[in-house]
Design a protein around this ligand. Sequence first.
Ligand SMILES: [Zn+2]
Length: 358
Amino acid sequence: MKKIIIIVILIVVVFLAVLGIVSPVVSFKDKITINANESLKTDDFIKKVTLGNFESKKVDTSKAGKRDVEIKVKSILGITKNYKRSYQVLDNIAPTIEAKGEVVVYQGDTIDLLKDVKVQDNCDKDIKPTLDGSYDLNKVGEYNLKYLAKDTSGNETSLDLKLKVIAKPSPEVARTSKGYAIENRNGVTYINGILIANKTYALPKNYGNGLTKETEAAFYKMQSAAKEDGLNLKIVSGFRSYQDQVIVYNKWVNKDGKSVADTYSARAGHSEHQSGLAMDLNWISKQFETTNEYKWLQANAYKYGFIMRYPKSKQEITGYIYEPWHYRYVGVELAKELYNNGDWITLEEYLGIDSKYK
Ligand SMILES: [Zn+2]
């Protein structure tokens, strides 16, 4: 009796083992090779499963190359075992290029045309795009180029790029209230071609090295003419460098204080004397206007290209008090216009500018 019970127990144990406490028996198909993005399921890997069942699942074929998939097989009693299988995804898909179809660049500028180009592909490697065609950023024109991208399997894509090299727009010209162009050449302001040094417009520190040849020649001509009328003109102060003006201005500030000094002495860089076009004649005093030389200058200076730069009652406009001794060379044509039959027009009024420290 006991023997029979033991035999029955053994039979049950063997039976259960066979039923699947032990792993189910799985056989797989041979090597799987598939094109990218084609449908593949775990089913395609299985030849046969005995005493169990497997999980049917989609397999990723979006990435090219040798890939692995895990296949779960469950025994009848619910014990799961994982099998790893490899498969080969063939890359027959070309990369895609994402880039602007048209790029506009100013002549002479530089640009990295590959910088914002994105390439996507189903292979593992990062694919760098290249540019096909030639162009010249220094030459205005339209260039038809091509972006190229090639993956490791030799699939290639191209994308057209139109490169337009256009002329740089001329910078917006600043104009005075009278419409004259304000031009800055190496830090020097020219308005309608006339060099301007006043409280608004300064000269660069290193500008100037004496009276200009033209100014000097015009003065000598004027001096000779005055001499024929029995009068003696002389330059008391001609060119003053930036450094000279620092000393002059500081001297007056120490004597009269800044706000008073500013009415008759220019801050360094703002003095017309640094331009090489201005000069103080004979007597730096208001009383100069009582002399015959002054009267002669008032009637004749313009004929030689000089203007009285700081006339009476124009302090609000020029920024400086009346200076009967200060003359500025502007050339005969303009001087005649500004002379205005003795009723001097200032450069500020003529050009439509102001003279104020910022
Ligand atoms: Zn002066």
